[in-house]
Ligand binder design. Structure first.
Ligand SMILES: *Cc1c(COP(=O)(O)O)cnc(C)c1O
Length: 366
C-alpha cells in the first residue's frame, strides 16, 4: 500500500488490481502476450470512437514526450512546415523538439491563461500556404487550461492540413471523437487518464496519413511508421516492450470500461475538480484559469498570501496522505492539484478538510 495518494497529473494513483498485474513476468515473443498488445490497440480505437481500417493505434516505448517526438519526426518531412500552438510548457516542448529536429516551423503563442483563437489560426494558414501541419496541446497540464480543439480542427480541416494533437493528459478522461475533431495524430500515454503506470505512450492515427510517412523519421528508435509496420501484424513491439506496464495498462482499460467508460470517468474527474475549486475558493485560494476554460484534469491555484510557504504546505499535505504538485509558472507563485487517477469524491472531501484545517492553524498564527 502506498503512504499517500497522488494528486498529480501522472504518474497518478492506480488501483491495487492494476499494480497486481505487474507481479507476473511475461514473454514478449509469446502469442498470448502479443495478443494483449493487439487487444489494447483495438480498445484504444473504441475509446477514440473510430474504426479500422480508417484509423490505427501504435504503442511506443518511453514517456509521453518520447511519443510526441516520435510523431513530429515521423509525420513531418524536411519539406513540410508545422504550425505549433503554445500556451504552456508542453506546447513549448514541441517547439524545442522542432528546433532540435530542424523542422521548418512557425509558432503561434498566447498567454498561459488564454485559449488560442481559431480565427488567428485561420489567418496564419491563409498567409502562409507552406504550412502543412498544425500541432496543439489539448489539456495544457502546465495550467490545466483546456484548448478548443474542435474549433481549431475545423479550421485545420478546411485548409486540408494534418492535425496533430497532444491529448496526453485528456485522452481517456475527456470524451473525444477523433473523426469529427479531424485529428490525424492523437497522442497520449499509459500513466494519465487511462490510469495505468508509466512506461509507454500511444498514437491513434489516420491510417492513410501514417502510411505516407515511411522513411521520414530522422530517428531509428522513434520511427513511428516502422513501429507500426512491425506491430500491426501480430502485436510484436520492435525492441524490448515494457511487459509489466503493458499488462497493467490492459487491466486499466478493463477498469475504465467497468467504470462506465470515458463519460463516467469524465464525470468523476469533473466532480473532483468542482469540489476542489469551490471549497478552495472559500478558503481564499484563487484558481489561475477561469472556470469556463478549466479542464477537469488539474487545477492551478495562486498562493493565498505572500507568507504562504509551498514547502511547508506540501509537507503537511503529504503527512496527511496527499501529494500535490508545484506550479510551473515563472511570473506568479502557484501550485497544482490533480483530480485524475483512482481518486474519488471522498478523497477530495478529505483533502479539502485537511487544507481547511491547515488554513485555520495558519490564520491563527498570524
Ligand atoms: C504528461 C504530458 C506530456 C508528457 O510528459 P512526459 O513527462 O514525457 O510523460 C506531454 N504533454 C502533456 C500535455 C502532458 O500532460
Amino acid at each position: 500500500m502506498s503512504d499517500y495518494k497522488l494528486l498529480t497529473p501522472g504518474p497518478l494513483t492506480t488501483t491495487e488490481a492494476v499494480k497486481q498485474e505487474m507481479l507476473k513476468d511475461r514473454c514478449t515473443w509469446d502469442d498470448e502476450y502479443k495478443n494483449v498488445t493487439q487487444v489494447i490497440r483495438k480498445q484504444l480505437l473504441v475509446l477514440a470512437q473510430v474504426d479500422e481500417p480508417d484509423y490505427t493505434a501504435v504503442l511506443m516505448q518511453g514517456s509521453g514526450s518520447f511519443v510526441v517526438e516520435s510523431v513530429l519526426t515521423t509525420a513531418i518531412s524536411e519539406d513540410d512546415k508545422v504550425l505549433i500552438i503554445t500556451n504552456g510548457a508542453y506546447g513549448e516542448r514541441m517547439v524545442e523538439m522542432a528546433k532540435v529536429l530542424k523542422l521548418q516551423h512557425v509558432v503561434y503563442s498566447v498567454p498561459y491563461d488564454e485559449q488560442p483563437s481559431s480565427i488567428a489560426i485561420q489567418d496564419l494558414l491563409e498567409k502562409d500556404a507552406s504550412i502543412t501541419h498544425v500541432a496543439v496541446v489539448h489539456c495544457e497540464t502546465t495550467t490545466g487550461i483546456l484548448n478548443p480543439i474542435k474549433e481549431i480542427g475545423e479550421v485545420v480541416h478546411s485548409f486540408n492540413k494534418t492535425f496533430i494533437v497532444d491529448a496526453m493528459s485528456s485522452f481517456g478522461g475527456v470524451p473525444m471523437d477523433l473523426s469529427s475533431l479531424h485529428i490525424d495524430f492523437c497522442i497520449s500515454s499509459a500513466n494519465k487518464c487511462i490510469q495505468g503506470v508509466p512506461g509507454f505512450g500511444f498514437v491513434i492515427a489516420k491510417t492513410n496519413v501514417l502510411e505516407k510517412c515511411k522513411g521520414q523519421a530522422r530517428s531509428v528508435a522513434l520511427d513511428l511508421y516502422h513501429q507500426w509496420e512491425v506491430m500491426k501484424h501480430d502485436g510484436k513491439w520492435r525492441f524490448t516492450s515494457p511487459t509489466h506496464v503493458v499488462a497493467a495498462f490492459a487491466k486499466a482499460l478493463v477498469e475504465l470500461d467497468e467504470e462506465g467508460g470515458i463519460n463516467a470517468r469524465y464525470k468523476r474527474y469533473a466532480d473532483n475538480n468542482q469540489i476542489l475549486r469551490s471549497r478552495l475558493s472559500v478558503l481564499g485560494f484563487e484558481a489561475y484559469i477561469a472556470e469556463g476554460l478549466q479542464s477537469p484534469i488539474i487545477t492551478t491555484f495562486l498562493f493565498p498570501s505572500k507568507e504562504f510557504s509551498f514547502e511547508h504546505f506540501y509537507e503537511e499535505m503529504k503527512k496527511a496522505g496527499f501529494v500535490i504538485y508545484p506550479g510551473k509558472l515563472t511570473d506568479v507563485d502557484t501550485f497544482r492539484i490533480g483530480s485524475i487517477g483512482d481518486i474519488h469524491k471522498e478523497d477530495m472531501l478529505a483533502l479539502c478538510e485537511v487544507i481547511e484545517n491547515y488554513m485555520v492553524v495558519k490564520n491563527n498564527e498570524n
